[in-house]
Ligand binder design. Sequence first.
Ligand SMILES: *[C@@H]1O[C@H](CO)[C@@H](O)[C@H](O)[C@H]1NC(C)=O
Ligand SMILES: *[C@@H]1O[C@H](CO)[C@@H](O)[C@H](O)[C@H]1NC(C)=O
Ligand SMILES: *[C@@H]1O[C@H](CO)[C@@H](O)[C@H](O)[C@H]1NC(C)=O
Ligand SMILES: *[C@@H]1O[C@H](CO)[C@@H](O)[C@H](O)[C@H]1NC(C)=O
Ligand SMILES: [Cu+2]
Length: 173
Amino acid sequence: MALISTHSLLQIAIIVAMIAVGSSNPNFQKGPPSWKFDFNYTNQPFRHPKPVQSSRRIIVGGSDNWRFGFNYTEWAMTNAPFFYNDTLVFKFDPPSDTNIHPHSVYMLPNLWSYLRCDLRWAKRVANTSEGGGEGFELVLNKWKPYYFACGESNGFHCQSGMKFVVMPSFRWY
Ligand SMILES: *[C@@H]1O[C@H](CO)[C@@H](O)[C@H](O)[C@H]1NC(C)=O
Ligand SMILES: *[C@@H]1O[C@H](CO)[C@@H](O)[C@H](O)[C@H]1NC(C)=O
Ligand SMILES: *[C@@H]1O[C@H](CO)[C@@H](O)[C@H](O)[C@H]1NC(C)=O
Ligand SMILES: *[C@@H]1O[C@H](CO)[C@@H](O)[C@H](O)[C@H]1NC(C)=O
Ligand SMILES: [Cu+2]
């Protein structure tokens, strides 16, 4: 039995790449921090570079919100890096007559559970009703990889793309 499938290897590669994006944030390097991009060397009156916005509110999935049939791994890759203290917002409609397949948000304990969409030791952070209105908010206030997944249909939503990893990056204030 192949213990690690090609599919899993690909996913591991993506996650390693994402964590690398976080660590390669300019602030981890010796060079000047990213405000160098705000400098304008023309002979204008000197203005301080704008302070970096302190935290962001990021809608998971953008205008697609948190839904079935969307690849959140790809979404997370194109929207990385995420920063410490950023707020992730999960928006999904509560169960109703017209919404018989609602969603939820779980955090998986480790990479292995994440790769297999194994929800046994997962922690539910939002039930199917909590994504309505302004959505469910979660602040990235720990220095750790966050393994997110939808916990519905016994892992089927997760396997179909409703999962992603976030590793918060350090931001220079
Ligand atoms: C610098 O300021 C000048 C004058 O306002 C402007 O034309 C130029 O586009 C600015 N350059 C950058 C890189 O922001
Ligand atoms: C993150 O946010 C908390 C609460 O607003 C604040 O006390 C803390 O200084 C922030 N940490 C960083 C690294 O920005
Ligand atoms: C979801 O959680 C909210 C807030 O804790 C609670 O009021 C609600 O009853 C829960 N709904 C379901 C379907 O578990
Ligand atoms: C989502 O996209 C990633 C990267 O392109 C890919 O490896 C993965 O198989 C996709 N997931 C699904 C469920 O299609
Ligand atoms: Cu779901």
